[in-house]
Ligand binder design. Structure first.
Ligand code: DHB
Length: 749
């Protein structure tokens, strides 16, 4: 069902058109104020040729559907700025087909009509000058603001990003009963000109054994993979993940576990949405990903120059949970993408590659542009939600509704949105919104052209059914089956049908009832800008902003027409214009300009993040693009009880990666909610496998290359080749089990 909203724009144009077509020749139409009823009409992105003049085109985030279509831009070209007025006259032969009204020709105009035309043309020119001035002034204001911001950070301290191999402390810790000694090089600023040095530093940890020439878990100082976990949660600043003996899940945390398995660990602190210095916000999007990339570049820069004493920079493995998982996925997806370059340069990051070998994401809160729709697709049937938004919206008029004092559920990850006990009822209006978003999800999903491992196209009908739904259900069923196979009894699970020990069917509605809907409507881009994600998409001087067109259209703080309404209106205008007399045309032109000037007054950047920034936070937008080095290896987990985002989100990510030829290990672990790092032995078994497979493949390739070279260059070279290859074999012990499981994994894709 579509929700129709009559907009100011529509009212305005209807009034103008009515005035025009009832007006006799020579009668001046209604004034702008009368036509607009005194209300502000607002700028919209799909500006048609009718209303467009130089310098005013606004760009939009969101799906391709949100960009102006060819149809929209191909309507009458009426850029008043650059075209001489005569061009709008009907040409010989044009007219009103099927009517008795003759075509219009410049020559047919009476003297009186000519005078009217000239008068309006003059008015139009005056208006255009006014508009140009307004736009220029505003552009200057924006520039001034940016200059002020730059000035505020001009005197910031500069740092060296040269790694000092002598500056370390030796540490020994207990990793699940095993003594692990390592060298810690701590708190090294990874960018030369950071805005927030405290939050832009990393620590490097290297197993002590590598300084004695030891081999650990089959790795040497040269071949050890580099594990790069991030500590980000809730898009807040992430702290360095230091090796820890007693983690939240008991025993060694991921950093210590990695060290005990011979990995070099590099953990960066990362800026987040709440940071503010010199009166400016410094951690808004895309700061988080810029920092993660800068840290990768620091490692490559220093290791490749021999300053960091161990680790293979071709085997960098990123890892994170939730917002941190999203960040690991983003790092993995966007290797060397040039969009981030200006930001990296501004922070003084090393000039290096930033692609990585593998990304591991637990419950990634990602693809935020489309996460609202996905959430409604999954959770539409729920009648209550349990998220308690604690922080009121920081900007805009009106109060954010306080929620009842609720008991909060503890044991949520660090910085995840709060969860209440009582739940809040979903209103009928919210239900309608939810239904519309659900419908929009099908459209988005279908645009991705995802396929399962058999090549079946995974699509959805407008009501949200189809092969993609079946695929999502199969993920839950597989999860249940794994639990059954490991001896758990799932007979009491209300949404599951088990037949002869097989999980054969799930009831989605019952599933939603059982796990409960966490978030309100919309889940991420809140109409009152109160979500953590709204805060993440703020700018240096605006705390919270929208990041989807849909939420902007429904915003509590601003009124804009929907894209559909806009399109409809433009069609009407174009049709009216086509049959208008020369004088009517000028009236239309004038009122379009007036309307546009009203729209100009809305400063979009105060309410909505620009589409480039939104895109830079979405891994889905980079996978499979030419010139991007997306990581070849992926491990993605989303617990079967997780409701922080729809399972569709990580599933689409996994499918898109698989479809573009990446190796993806994607699972929905039974019994887990929104959480991460709960299966470290499995996690590091996987990293061991992919790392060793790479070493083995590299050794074979190297041998082949040397053989070829030797064939070319003669017998003496052949000798070297044999020596080289036997050396490579020595440093890379080949584990039979890892080899076979990798093959199994590869064939399963
Ligand atoms: C996290 C959880 C969320 O539900 C969310 O919207 C953003 C971040 C988190 O745990 O990091």
């Amino acid at each position: 069902m579509k929700i129709k909203r009559m907009t100011i724009n529509k009212v305005l144009t209807a009034a103008v058109l009515a005035a025009l077509f009832s007006a006799a020749w020579g009668t001046l139409p209604v004034s702008a104020e009368e036509a607009a009823g005194g209300a502000a009409s607002l700028q919209t992105p799909a500006e048609t040729a009718l209303s467009e003049t130089s310098g005013s085109a606004s760009v939009q985030p969101g799906s391709p559907a949100e960009q102006p279509s060819a149809e929209e831009t191909d309507t009458i070209d009426h850029s008043a700025e650059s075209k001489p007025i005569q061009n709008i006259f009907l040409k010989e032969g044009e007219g009103r087909p099927g009517t008795e009204i003759p075509y219009y020709n410049e020559r047919d105009l009476t003297r009186r009509e000519w005078n009217e035309v000239a008068k309006i043309e003059k008015e139009i020119r005056i208006l255009q000058r006014e508009r140009d001035k307004f736009l220029k002034d505003r552009a200057r204001e924006k520039e001034d603001k940016e200059k002020e911001f730059a000035k505020a950070f001009q005197g910031r301290q500069k740092y060296s990003i040269v790694f000092d191999p002598e500056d370390y402390t030796k540490k020994t810790m207990d990793a699940n009963g095993e003594k692990v000694s390592f060298r810690a090089y701590e708190h090294l600023v990874y960018a030369e000109k950071p805005y927030e040095a405290e939050h832009q530093m990393l620590s490097v940890y290297i197993p002590e054994g590598y300084f004695n020439g030891e081999t650990i878990n089959g790795f040497t100082a040269e071949t050890a993979p580099i594990f790069m976990p991030n500590g980000v949660g809730g898009y807040m600043p992430g702290t360095i993940v230091e090796p820890q003996e007693d983690s939240r899940h008991g025993g060694a945390n991921s950093a210590l576990y990695a060290l005990s398995n011979g990995y070099v660990v590099v953990s960066p602190a990362i800026r987040g949405r709440s940071l503010n210095s010199n009166g400016y916000d410094t951690g808004k999007a895309p700061a988080l990903i810029v920092d993660y990339k800068a840290a990768v570049r620091f490692v490559r820069h220093n290791r490749n120059k021999g300053r960091i004493p161990a680790g293979d920079t071709e085997k960098i493995i990123a890892s994170g949970t939730s917002a941190g998982g999203a960040l690991a996925a983003l790092l993995g997806a966007t290797g060397n993408a040039k969009e981030y370059e200006p930001y990296l340069k501004e922070q003084g990051a090393a000039k290096e590659r930033d692609d990585i070998f593998a990304a591991m994401a637990y419950c990634p809160i990602t693809n935020l542009e489309n996460a609202d729709m996905a959430y409604e697709w999954m959770f539409h049937d729920a009648s209550r939600y349990y998220n308690v938004r604690q922080a009121p919206a920081k900007k805009g008029p009106g109060e954010v509704q306080e929620t009842a004092s609720e008991k909060l559920i503890k044991s949520r990850p660090h910085n995840a949105p709060a969860e209440g006990v009582e739940g809040i009822a979903i209103s009928p209006e919210e239900k309608e919104i939810s239904a519309e978003m659900r419908e929009n999800f099908s459209e988005y999903l279908n645009s991705l052209n995802l396929r399962d491992s058999l090549g079946n196209k995974l699509t959805l009908t407008p009501d949200g059914n189809g092969l993609f739904r079946e695929y999502i259900e199969s993920l839950y069923l597989e999860s249940a089956q794994d639990a059954i196979d490991s001896g758990e009894s799932l007979k009491k699970i209300p949404w599951l049908t088990i037949s002869h020990g097989q999980a054969v069917h799930m009831d989605f509605s019952k599933y939603i009832k059982a796990v409960k809907r966490l978030k309100g409507i919309p889940a991420f881009d809140a109409f009152d800008m109160s979500s953590g994600e709204n805060n993440e998409f703020g700018s240096f001087d605006v705390p919270n902003r929208h990041f989807t067109r849909y939420a902007m259209e429904h915003s509590k703080f601003v009124t804009i027409p929907t894209l559909e309404e806009e399109k409809e209106l433009n069609k009407e205008k174009a049709a009216a214009y086509r049959i208008a007399t020369p004088l009517e045309k000028r009236h239309l032109q004038k009122y379009n300009l007036i309307e546009q000037m009203e729209k100009d007054k809305l400063e979009w950047s105060q309410y909505m993040a620009d589409w480039q920034t939104v895109r830079m936070m979405n891994p889905m937008r980079f996978i499979g693009l030419e010139g991007i080095s997306t990581a070849p290896n992926w491990r993605i987990r989303h617990g079967a009880l997780d409701r922080d985002t729809a399972l569709a989100i990580p599933a689409m990510l996994a499918l898109k990666l698989k479809n573009s030829g990446k190796s993806v290990d994607f699972k929905v672990p039974w019994g887990y909610g929104h959480d991460g790092d709960y299966d470290l032995p499995d996690l590091f078994a996987w990293t061991d496998r992919i790392a060793k497979l790479k070493d083995k493949t590299d050794a074979i390739l190297k041998e082949e290359a040397l053989k070829k070279a030797a064939l070319k260059e003669g017998a003496s070279e052949e000798q070297t080749s044999r020596e080289e290859s036997s050396k490579a074999e020595k440093t890379v012990p080949i584990d039979e089990t890892s080899d076979t499981s990798n093959k199994a994994e590869a064939s399963a894709l």
